[in-house]
Design a binder for this molecule. Structure first.
Ligand code: ADP
Length: 553
């Protein structure tokens, strides 16, 4: 029997209309580094998104599923692009402004971007790559910056002013001829940040964005409402800022956008002044902020909850924020999962001590992300919190393929997608009988020592629990006797000194004795990827080239 229910497509167009009318008074605040931030209501931002869609179609001739890229910080204009481009049926392609220029060129050409909307402050980055982007016909510039940089670079490209384009259009939602969209069609695309190889494009559908936003809005996940102000540090060029801009437009949660002011000091200032109730960022940002407020105290007490994910959150970091009255929610996800995969919401009725072992896991799976663990031989493993295997997931906001370079073409690499339709995450871990995931490593980072596996993440977490250690990354290096052994690369806190024997002693008792590294290097900072994760490829290369001052004991 067919149901008797209406079949209304789940689209970003609905999210736009809903947010700008039902939550008209909610606000996007963009930090400017000046006395006053820019404040814009959802009604205004929504109206400007309508204007942007009209200008892209009417003035620039964007049609069908053409790609409109953004090279922007987190700000109100970027949110407008997030809404306008998918709603008009085109594909929003967020360009990662921290990618090396060869990779930026690679992804823009691979996606065949036709338009790039760019923040003026990023023109020095765009100008040198623009001559290498043959498909780009239009550049739209928003905000202050030196336009003359484009004069030479953009001989074949038309340059437009964002505000001028908008000014010529009506902000009335009904004045634009919105296409009837199939909810399964592409809405936005994002390339993986290439921690483990060439960037690969994931194309999110209207349906996946809609369902992911609803999940993000449950109390088990971000749980934001109109009463919240969320500080969106996680970049909009990194997996849709974890879905926050679309999710907030659904429920009217207010956004605080840091624009280019991502250093610990301005972040601490904006938290103290604007008093966000929630924030989302990768662990390295939280480490930096903690060091900042330890040196120059600021009031972070407004932030009842913060979401940390993107790489493993060291328990010591969670404890430090607990002491500041800030509760950390640990999440796991990846570009291919839109990205929210798990979130930590301990079971009901537990004391804080009983909650702790749950809080330090990667979290619990929502109904839309079904997990299984595959052993080395492909056998499906039990959820006993002991059997470690590769995590595989499936669900309505999980990728089933990568973008193959032109519309309709897809890549389904066997090492990423199983024959029976599951995404192979490349993450290794265990699942408890009640469904909590603990990741021990990335498959590519796990240390294979004499037939046993050592978790680099466990060693890192243990080391980062030492009071003198700011950051620690552990990688596998070749070893004649054991095949591979761990190398610990450590950054000490300012003004602190500690010897390797003491660090070894500290680890003994926290991890198995045979897992304790014998190779150590002190460095000024751990190399990071474009989205702030430890870049283990670089550390392995530095070791192989003899660039690290390694002590063996
Ligand atoms: P890239 O793979 O290029 O780094 P992603 O942002 O998609 O880009 O990264 C996803 C990966 O980040 C996951 O597969 C996992 O290895 C890691 N990750 C994300 N969140 C966590 C977490 N909470 N704990 C451990 N690892 C995490």
């Amino acid at each position: 029997m067919l149901s008797t229910m209406q079949d209304v497509p789940l689209t970003v167009t609905r999210i736009l209309r809903h947010g700008m009318t039902m939550h008209a008074m909610s606000r996007i605040t963009t930090w400017t580094g000046e006395a006053e931030p820019r404040r814009r209501s959802f009604a205004e931002a929504g109206g400007r998104a309508v204007q942007l869609a009209a200008a892209l179609r009417g003035e620039l001739g964007v049609c069908d599923d053409e790609r409109v890229a953004t090279l922007m910080w987190n700000n109100a204009e970027h949110v407008e692009a997030y809404l306008a481009i998918p709603a008009m049926g085109a594909i929003l392609h967020t360009l990662n402004l921290r990618l090396p220029s060869e990779q930026l060129i690679y992804v823009a050409n691979h996606a065949e971007d036709r338009v790039i909307i760019v923040n003026g402050s990023l023109l020095p980055l765009l100008a040198p790559v623009l001559p290498h982007l043959p498909t780009v016909e239009h550049v739209v510039v928003s905000g202050p910056g030196d336009r003359s940089l484009l004069a030479e670079a953009a001989a074949d490209v038309q340059v437009h002013e964002y505000e001028e384009l908008l000014a010529g259009q009506s902000p009335d939602f009904d004045a634009f001829d919105w296409p009837d969209l199939d909810e399964r069609s592409g809405a936005a695309m994002c390339y993986t940040s290439g921690t483990t190889g060439d960037p690969k494009g994931v194309v999110f559908s209207h349906r996946s964005i809609y369902l992911h936003s609803m999940q993000a809005n449950t109390t088990a996940a971000l749980g934001l409402t109109e009463k919240d102000l969320t500080l969106v540090v996680v970049p909009q060029f990194h997996v849709n800022a974890w879905g926050v801009p679309h999710a907030t437009f659904m429920v009217g949660a207010n956004m605080l956008m840091p624009d280019r002011f991502l250093q610990p000091a301005p972040l601490a200032d904006m938290i103290e002044r604007e008093r966000p109730t929630h924030a989302a960022a990768v662990p390295t940002i939280w480490q930096g902020l903690l060091a900042e407020v330890t040196a120059r105290p600021r009031d972070l007490s407004s932030m009842a909850r913060v979401t940390i994910g993107g790489s493993a959150c060291p328990p010591a970091l969670m404890e430090a924020y607990d002491k500041l009255g800030v509760r950390v929610l640990h999440t796991w996800g990846m570009t291919e999962t839109s990205p929210l995969g798990t979130t930590t919401d301990p079971p009901a009725g537990l004391t804080p001590e009983e909650e702790w072992p749950y809080r330090i896991t990667q979290g619990h799976f929502p109904v839309g992300v079904e997990p299984r663990l595959a052993g080395p031989d492909g056998a499906i493993l039990p959820w006993d919190n002991e059997s470690a295997g590769e995590l595989e997931v499936r669900g309505p906001w999980v990728a089933r393929a990568y973008y193959g370079g032109s519309p309709g073409k897809e890549l389904v690499p066997e090492d990423k997608f199983s024959e029976d339709g599951w995404l192979r995450t490349g993450d290794v871990g265990v699942i408890s009988p009640d469904g909590y995931l603990t990741l021990t490593d990335r498959a590519k980072d796990v240390i294979k020592s004499g037939g046993e596996w050592i978790s680099s993440v466990s060693l890192e977490n243990a080391l980062m629990g030492h009071p003198a250690v700011l950051e620690a990354a552990v990688v596998a290096v070749p070893d004649d006797r054991w095949g591979e052994r761990p190398l610990a690369v450590v950054v000490l806190k300012e003004g602190r000194a500690v010897g390797y024997p003491e660090l070894k002693e500290f680890l003994t008792g926290r991890v198995e004795r045979w897992q304790v590294p014998e190779r150590w290097a002190l460095v000024a900072s751990v190399p990071k990827t474009s989205v702030g994760k430890f870049d283990k490829k670089v550390i392995r290369r530095q070791y192989a080239n003899g660039e690290l001052d390694v002590t063996r004991l």
